[in-house]
Design a protein around this ligand. Structure first.
Ligand code: RIB
Length: 291
């Protein structure tokens, strides 16, 4: 499947901490690392791992060359990623001993996409999906243009923003949320996400698995039990791999199986983008479990 991803690119600065700091608390980190992240970049890499052809549209600052190189090495087409003045988006992430996280993002270049950049990128795809989340600007414009060109639109309502989600929903064919976002969206819309008038809804529930709701159909699959060390980017990995496999036979089960396997591997490794498994690693994981 071809996917045009209007996607954020972040530099993730990660601190391992004994627990997530409370308000007013100063805490010494037990580990520090820097790597590629951003919901958009994570999803692009995961979609490639799922078997998709991915064109990434986005912006980085002068400090973000290595992020683009990493995406390209993985097989993401970055011809529509441009350098702008100002810093690349970045995220400061605390990960505790249970693998849970708290994240602060600075949007930086991710909010500097232009109409021309989006228009130009859209001419590069004839058929497939536009993928969006809330970390870039021009989401509604891109979705409207994509729909006019006959593309389908997948949207992860993350990081959650009620207003952004409400604006996006009329343009969305596939809505993806995690369990927390599902509750937040439910409160904002006055109805549970599964009941929203969107063709397909995907809800990831961490260790409890995932639910897909289509037109009159519902599929729920359990997660693979694993020892998580870092859950950062697990939802991005799930959605990216799922979309990369969206044209598989036995849809949605096959796409969900592969996405659950990829997310299970991803959480056993530290980091966001760098923890995403290769297609061969996903195959091996599934084979070992008789899938
Ligand atoms: O979903 C995980 C991502 O959220 C991180 O990689 C970070 O960059 C933030 O965008």
């Amino acid at each position: 499947m071809t996917i045009l991803n209007l996607g954020s690119i972040n530099i993730d600065i990660v601190y391992r901490v004994p627990h997530i700091p409370a308000p007013g608390e100063t805490l010494a980190a037990t580990g520090y690392s820097k790597g590629l992240g951003g919901k958009g970049a994570n999803m692009s890499m995961a979609a490639v791992a799922g078997g998709g052809q991915v064109l990434h549209v986005g912006c980085v600052g002068a400090d973000g060359d290595w992020c683009v190189e990493q995406l390209e090495r993985w097989g993401v087409d970055c011809a529509s990623v441009v350098a702008v003045s100002g810093p690349t988006g970045h995220a400061v992430i605390c990960v505790d001993d249970l693998g849970e996280n708290s994240i602060v993002i600075h949007p930086g270049a991710n909010r500097m996409l232009t109409h021309d950049l989006v228009d130009d990128a859209l001419t590069r795809i004839r058929k497939g999906w536009l993928l969006l989340q809330n970390e870039t600007n021009l989401r509604v414009y891109a979705a409207e243009q994509a729909k006019m060109r006959g593309l389908r639109v997948a949207y992860a309502a993350a990081p959650f923003d009620a207003e952004a989600a409400q604006e996006m929903l009329p343009h969305v064919d596939l809505l993806a949320v995690n369990a927390v976002e599902a509750e937040q969206l439910g409160r904002a819309m006055g109805t549970f996400p599964e009941s929203l008038p969107v063709e397909e809804v995907l809800i990831t529930k961490g260790a409890e698995g995932a639910v897909w709701r289509g037109q009159g159909e519902r599929v729920e699959l359990p997660a693979h039990p694993v020892e998580a060390v870092d859950t950062t980017g697990a939802g991005d990995t799930f959605l990216g791999v799922f979309l990369g496999r969206i044209d598989s036979d036995k849809y949605p089960e096959a796409a969900m199986e592969r996405a659950l396997a990829a997310a299970a591997i991803q959480v056993t490794r530290p980091g966001a983008a760098s923890a995403i498994p290769t297609p061969a690693e996903i195959d091996k994981f599934l084979m070992e479990r008789g899938k």
